[in-house]
Design a protein around this ligand. Structure first.
Ligand SMILES: Nc1ncnc2c1ncn2[C@@H]1O[C@H](COP(=O)(O)OP(=O)(O)OP(=O)(O)O)[C@@H](O)[C@H]1O
Ligand SMILES: [Mg+2]
Length: 507
């Protein structure tokens, strides 16, 4: 008896160890059955789980059954012994299955039913019955009695119950994670990188090429040109997509905290320091995006250089060396060669970061992309705000000719505001923000009281005034540039009283 209890304890201990080792449902439950059969001499064992959607009790793990036999092991509530235990939540014992008509032998695994006993206990947690464990056993006197078996199986069942509850919430989290991740993969895919100009097509080509590699990338371009978007696309289109994307803005974190932020630190590394994991470790298996890399303090640059060269670093205040498995993408909107010249940025670090440079030109240098972006964002925000706003031709012309110093970010924000604020179905010149209108120097002339024809006239007048000096007040060439005939232009110059003798009119 004493010996038997030891075996029991050992089995239970192993079962609980297996169940806490991972969230792999089938593997864990199969291992549990293996332990039970080995330690407790069960010839066959099955774990059934109730499938709420299909209202069926299915075998999820089995010992001593073939796959085919497992497939057959399905019960409805109340059906057979398994169904009965599921229904009542009480254990059952059939001393001799040959003599029990309720015993269905659905799996067909017992050809000879002679002398086999059948044990079946519910998997319960609080009042909910989640499933059933069943076991076959050939009883011999010296192997303890049925009550012992039922007791052990009941303990195992309650351990499994707790595991199943945890597993369920893990599953919900994992599904949610997968959903979010596939949303991210959709959002950060090439179709969302808008631009047809030759220079931007070059960018897209490079992005596609580098996504397939682990190469270090340096993105440079003015503010709002899409550096972060491109870094995310590279990550989510790479084989690291399932890993984390960790972004850190080197300019946004005070210099004295940046080292701990990037590399982590030990407790007490500096006054008040608590142990923390750095961004490089958080990004393990994924990508780290070092934004505004030009702002990385000189004294931290050697440490980053070592990460790039040896893929190793030590957290602040620690002597433990950590290996880095991270793809590094950095970005800057300042001219790093200027920073190198001024001694603010190490040249060796620059070359390590600059393995694959990607330059994203500002919008004013690829005006062909503006109409596409306007259309893309109009559609996007119409969809988001459930509106169906369009842009009238004159407003569109102004939006296209505007220089967009804030690049795509400014364009996207402007479109969002326009879609939200515009009350009419069509966006007109008067709806445009002052910044956009301002570049045409027509701000002073346009007000909400103006009627559309007056507005268009104003626009026409200003365009003529702006274009004339570019062509040295030559009527024919100016007309050509404006898409007018010389006659039409002369007529308008007279109509608006533009004085071409004295050069540019005052606006
Ligand atoms: N080619 C593009 N197609 C579609 N959206 C774009 C494109 N380029 C940029 N955007 C959008 O413009 C906004 C600004 O882009 P992002 O934040 O990547 O710019 P940035 O270069 O990192 O700017 P900053 O230097 O100011 O941080 C984002 O909303 C981004 O999705
Ligand atoms: Mg950015």
């Amino acid at each position: 008896m004493h010996k038997y209890e030891n075996i029991e304890l050992k089995a239970l201990f192993e079962v609980s160890r297996v169940l806490t080792s991972s969230f792999n449902l089938e593997r864990n439950l199969n291992l549990v059955l293996e332990i039970l059969s080995k330690e407790l001499n069960l010839t066959r064992g099955s774990i059934f789980i109730f499938d709420k959607k299909r209202e069926e009790i299915n075998i999820v793990a089995a010992y001593g059954l073939t796959n085919e036999e497992m497939m057959r092991g399905r019960y409805r509530i109340g059906e057979g012994i398994v169904g009965k235990v599921m229904e009542t939540g009480l254990p059952m014992f059939i001393p001799d299955i040959e003599k029990e008509p309720k015993f269905l032998n659905k799996t067909g695994s017992r050809i000879d039913k002679k002398g086999i006993s059948f044990l079946c206990v519910p998997i319960k947690i609080e009042d909910e019955i989640l499933g059933v464990i069943s076991a076959d056993r050939i009883y011999a006197e010296e192997q303890g009695d049925v009550d012992d078996d039922i007791r052990v199986l009941s303990i195992v069942a309650s351990l499994i119950g707790q595991f199943l509850k945890l597993w369920e919430s893990y599953k919900i989290m994992e599904d949610e994670n997968l959903r979010l991740r596939s949303q991210l993969e959709d959002r950060y895919s090439l179709p969302n990188l808008i631009g047809q100009s030759p220079s931007f097509q070059g960018v897209i080509k490079t992005v596609m090429k580098v996504a397939a590699t682990d190469a270090t990338v340096l993105l440079f371009g003015e503010s709002g040109t899409g550096k972060e978007l491109i870094a995310q696309i590279i990550h989510f289109q790479s084989k690291r997509a399932k890993g984390p994307f960790v972004a850190i803005n080197c300019a946004a974190i005070p210099e004295n905290l940046l080292e701990a932020e990037l590399f982590g630190c030990e407790k007490g590394a500096f006054t008040g320091a608590v142990k923390r994991i750095g961004r490089f470790e958080q990004a393990k298996g994924g990508t780290i995006f070092l934004d505004e890399i030009g702002e990385l303090p000189l004294q931290l640059q050697p440490k980053l250089l070592r990460v790039l060269q040896e893929r190793k670093f030590e957290p602040l205040g620690s002597s433990k060396t950590i290996d880095v498995d991270v793809r590094i993408i950095s970005a800057t909107n300042v001219d790093l060669s200027e920073e190198i010249r001024k001694g603010n940025f190490r040249e060796d670090l620059f070359w390590r970061l600059n393995v694959i440079p990607i330059y994203i030109p500002p919008l004013r240098e690829r005006k062909e992309d503006i109409p596409l972006l306007l259309e893309y964002y109009l559609k996007k925000f119409n969809h988001l705000y459930k509106k169906s706003i369009t842009i009238d031709e004159d407003a569109l012309k102004i939006l296209i000719s505007y220089d967009w110093p804030g690049n795509v970010r400014e364009l996207a924000n402007t479109m969002e505001r326009l879609v939200v604020m515009t009350e009419n179905k069509k966006i007109g010149i008067k709806d445009l923000p002052d910044t956009v209108k301002g570049t045409l120097k027509i701000k002073a002339f346009l007000s909400d009281e103006l009627q559309l024809p007056t507005e268009i006239e104003e626009l026409e007048r200003i365009r003529i005034i702006e274009t004339l000096p570019k062509h040295n007040f030559n009527i024919r060439r100016t007309a050509l540039a404006l898409g007018l005939t010389a006659r039409q232009l002369s007529y308008r110059i007279k109509k608006y009283g533009i004085n071409i003798e004295k050069g540019l009119n005052k606006l």
